[in-house]
Design a protein around this ligand. Structure first.
Ligand code: TGC
Ligand code: FAD
Length: 388
């Protein structure tokens, strides 16, 4: 099979530096050699390929854009290209990397005490310690501000009570960054695995993101020490600012999934003879391929621009909402069209397309549904919040 190249229709490659391309290519090689061969079975078995964690850690892909504490400290575009390559393999694996880096390491790095940073970050960078992020509750998904999980101050620390649902990495995590209301204000807490009163139960039966381990977290009079509160953040902007980091990585990542689907559809349609000629020679097929080229190219250009703004500290969270919404929808549409173009072969896991398509249903929902991001944009341009 021909070596994989990502779509370069608008010569986006000329915008990346040699160093950025070098980082991307090393992840591409890891994906081709170590990751892709494991995915068909892992997805069938609903099993996270945890044997990959040490290599992911040693390649510096966990918290890769953070500086110090054993993190790689790569620039924004390199970080995005890493996400893109990983999600070319599987959105569930990119979720593992996003949750670890953007949703657990980033808040400890940004809002944690020096002792918390030193205790957790170096081991999280190597993958010796895995984190999960508990925000969503059974009755509060799109509206996390309504959460009912509470923290109460005691002589020794805090007591947590409540339940979190749909928590990525929950089953394999050594620590959870948990958001709860203390005196009515949202605060972040680090809860170590094995803390009495903290239990985890597996969520089985997903038809999407099957290689990602998803769990419910239960806190029943769970006592944690005083030093486990994140000291430097209070209010809903704490968890939302973490989401901002993760959404940015998702906006990059899904371009990888879209690329994988486009690549499969292009190659298949060039080979597949239908009536008198290859499928790719028909106008209706070319219209689908052109739509994929259009969507991926526009997304690439948007990401490059937003990455420059991020490096300059000028990236607004309403812009991240636009990118998350646009790129997830674009990737899902690519996957659905690619699935169609493969005919019956589009529904079998010998090809990656159906797996990406199913995964992207989740990616379009988590980290803010498509409609929530639409409402964020609506509020930004009108000044009127339409959430309620
Ligand atoms: P709102 O009044 O808008 O905001 C409260 C405070 O937060 C600030 N803020 C943000 N800060 C940083 N980044 C953002 N994206 C922010 N959005 C808002 C805001 O400025 C304000 O600050 P301040 O200083 O005035 O207090 O809050 P709201 O209650 O009206 O909510 C707005 C809404 C609906 C947009 C928000 O609740 C939302 O984004 N809902 C979606 C929930 C969501 O995305 N959940 C994701 C859970 S984690 C997950 O899915 C992980 S998946 C695994 C993986 O990533 O792989
Ligand atoms: P709801 O909020 O109930 O939304 C249902 C529907 O209502 C959606 O179509 C939505 O767009 C629509 N809707 C919501 N509000 C409005 C409105 N104001 N106006 C019009 N329509 C509206 N969460 C975590 O905290 N940590 C994780 O690690 C994590 N991982 C996840 C992994 C997977 C596989 C999945 C599927 C989810 C994960 N989540 C996680 C949860 C995810 O963030 C939520 O599912 C998501 O935010 C949506 O919440 P909900 O499922 O409760 O849907």
């Amino acid at each position: 099979m021909a070596k994989y190249e990502s779509l370069n229709y608008i010569d986006i490659e000329s915008e990346y530096t040699a160093e950025q391309k070098g980082i991307r290519d090393s992840v591409r090689q890891f994906v081709d050699t170590d990751v892709l061969p494991t995915l068909q079975q892992a997805f069938r078995d609903e099993k996270f390929p945890d044997h990959l964690i040490p290599k992911i850690g040693s390649l510096g892909l966990l918290g890769a854009n953070l500086k110090g504490y054993g993190c790689a400290g790569i620039d924004t575009v390199s970080y995005g290209l890493v996400m893109q390559e990983i999600e070319r393999a599987d959105s569930g694996l990119r979720s593992f990397v996003s949750v670890q880096g953007a949703l657990c390491m980033w808040p400890i790095y940004t809002y944690g005490s020096e002792a918390q940073k030193e205790k957790y970050l170096p081991k999280m960078a190597t993958g010796e310690m895995i984190g999960c992020f508990g925000l969503t509750e059974p009755d509060y998904g799109s509206n996390p501000g309504g959460m009912i999980t509470t923290a109460k101050k005691t002589d020794k620390g805090y007591v947590l009570n409540g339940n979190k649902m749909w928590i990525t990495n929950g089953l394999i995590a050594d620590l959870a960054v948990v958001w709860a209301k203390l005196d009515g204000k949202v605060r972040g807490f680090i809860v170590d695995k094995g803390t009495p009163g903290f239990t985890v139960s597996e969520m089985k039966g997903k038809f999407s993101l099957r290689v990602s381990p998803t769990a419910e977290l239960h806190f029943e009079n769970c006592e944690i020490p005083a030093e486990n509160i994140l000291p430097d953040i209070e209010g809903l902007k704490g968890p939302l600012s973490c989401l901002n980091q993760a959404r940015f990585g998702i906006a990059w990542g899904v371009v990888g999934a879209a690329n994988a689907c486009y690549d499969a559809a292009l190659n298949y349609s060039l080979e597949r003879q239908i009536f008198s000629k290859p499928l790719a020679g028909y106008q209706l097929a070319q219209a689908k391929l052109a739509k994929m080229v259009q969507g991926i190219s526009m997304a690439q250009a948007l990401l490059l621009h937003l990455s420059k703004l991020k490096e300059q500290g000028k990236l607004g969270h309403h812009m991240v909402s636009l990118a998350k919404m646009n790129n997830c929808r674009m990737a899902l549409d690519c996957a659905r069209d690619a699935r169609d173009m493969l005919g019956a072969n589009g529904i079998i896991d010998e090809y990656p397309v159906i797996r990406h398509m199913l995964n992207l249903e989740t990616v379009n929902t988590y980290e803010g549904t498509e409609d929530i991001h639409r409402l964020v944009i609506g509020r930004q341009v009108t000044g009127l919040a339409a959430f309620e």
